[in-house]
Design a protein around this ligand. Structure first.
Ligand SMILES: *Cc1c(COP(=O)(O)O)cnc(C)c1O
Length: 428
């Protein structure tokens, strides 16, 4: 931790900023006026480098037209592999084990189509009840496609308290009827970081394949997917990786699975040198690229070229260290400033189990979020009672955190939230 004893003063926050080696990255992001943006776990901010990369790509289209696929600084034909290589160190993968393609839910469909191979009595899929609903919808529909009833074939590990999932409870459900396990690295509500290494080892001991949804950890928490022998993983890039709204997704496939045929094949999964032979026999790429289906969304990927350059410079371990400091500091301030006002901290306190956001519970969360927004703080509301606050290592300062908690305190003391209805917007 940066500090050994907590001090609630603004000067203390300024000191922490002065000691922060990543402070200067803040200048590279578009942070408007005095806005305190704590929603980077839903949509990260635009950086100048991401903007430049996108403009450069537009320029390549302007200059090269069709030849942009093979010409220009970053030929589009090799863009998804290039971005995979750049992402690999953030998740502990080898360069050809990661590809940028499609989007998260589509990639989950592709991975389940590829890795779910029910055999004998091993026909079920194991997930957890706190996972992101889209993952459940995808798993249920994949089961239906294979003729299985999701009510019987999708097993969901239960939470004991509505916040966390105990690894033991998941392991207890790893029976010889389970063919495949899909779990989040980090739960999107409580921000709990699961023990990916242990869960993978336990699954493999029982002959089960396991994949992870890393949407809430990619760009915030380092992983060692290859070393841990994780079979596959998938994540989005528009949250902590700042690729912009609808930015393309990414996936990891352990190289031991490179010989698997994609469950849903398309010509962009071909070996690069064979793709334009346009033969009717599919020759899959011998790497994660085989799971690509179609022409890449180049403009939804280009910003990543700039954004990932920053992660390379800053180092994911430094990003993680600062992120833990920011969330620890935020929790300390919350305890000090708004105790007794009906808040509960709903995320794990321990560094090894905590993701990138603080999950603040309050029965009037919806209207408190509205009041925060009115005060220039952007939180993220999750029904029915969650205020997610994500201070992001590359652009949130300690003084921002201090300021946000002061504003929260003022809202509660002055009952500013009571003028709003306690319900969510269409998008929350
Ligand atoms: C954000 C998020 C998604 C989003 O999926 P899309 O297909 O990109 O819309 C999926 N899973 C988790 C855990 C997420 O946090």
């Amino acid at each position: 931790m940066v500090y050994s004893s907590f001090d609630p003063s603004a000067d203390f926050a300024r000191c922490l900023d002065q000691e922060d080696q990543l402070y200067h990255y803040r200048e590279e992001f578009y942070v408007h006026g005095n806005l305190i943006y704590l929603d980077g776990n839903s949509l990260g901010l635009l950086s100048r480098r991401a903007e430049q990369a996108l403009l450069k790509t537009l320029d390549d289209w302007k200059m090269h037209a069709i030849d942009g696929w093979l010409q220009g600084e970053q030929p589009w034909f090799y863009l998804t592999e290039k971005l995979g290589e750049m992402l690999a160190p953030l998740v502990g993968a080898q360069p050809d084990e990661v590809i940028v393609t499609a989007s998260t839910t589509v990639n989950l469909h592709q991975l389940v189509a590829t890795f779910y191979q029910p055999k004998g009595k091993r026909t079920k899929i194991l997930a957890d009840e706190l996972t992101f609903p889209s993952d459940i919808y995808a798993l249920e529909s994949q089961l239906r496609l294979r003729g299985y009833n999701p009510h019987e074939h999708l097993i969901l590990a239960k939470s004991r308290d509505g916040r966390f999932i105990q690894e033991e409870d998941v392991i207890d459900l790893m029976t010889d009827e389970i063919a495949l396990i899909i779990l989040p690295t980090i739960l999107y509500r409580s921000g709990q970081l699961l023990d990916v290494e242990r869960l993978t080892a336990e699954a493999h001991r029982r002959g089960i394949l396991v994949g992870f949804d890393a949407c809430h950890s990619a760009g915030a928490v380092p992983h060692f997917f290859h070393q841990w022998d994780v079979d596959f993983a998938f994540w989005c890039t528009y949250k902590y990786l700042n690729s912009g709204p609808g930015g393309a997704g990414a996936l990891y496939v352990n190289r031991k699975h490179f010989n698997r045929l994609p469950g849903m094949a398309g010509w962009f999964g071909s070996r690069k040198d064979r793709q334009f032979d346009l033969e009717l026999d599919f020759t899959p790429a011998e790497n994660a690229g085989s799971l690509q289906m179609a022409t890449p969304h180049v403009f939804s990927m280009a910003p990543l070229l700039g954004s990932l350059e920053m992660f390379k410079e800053a180092g994911i371990n430094n990003v993680r260290r600062k992120s833990l400091e920011l969330t620890q500091y935020m929790m300390d301030l919350i305890k000090h400033e708004v105790q007794g006002m009906g808040f509960a901290i709903g995320n794990p306190r321990e560094d090894y189990r905590r993701g990138g956001h603080v999950s603040l519970e309050h029965k009037e969360a919806a209207r408190i979020c509205r009041a925060l927004k009115e005060n220039g703080v952007v939180p993220d509301f999750r029904a029915p009672n969650l205020i997610r606050l994500a201070p992001v290592a590359l652009y949130t300062s300690f003084l921002d955190v201090w300021d946000a908690v002061q504003k929260l305190k003022r809202i509660m003391v002055e009952k500013q939230h009571e003028k709003f209805e306690n319900k969510r917007d269409v998008i929350a």
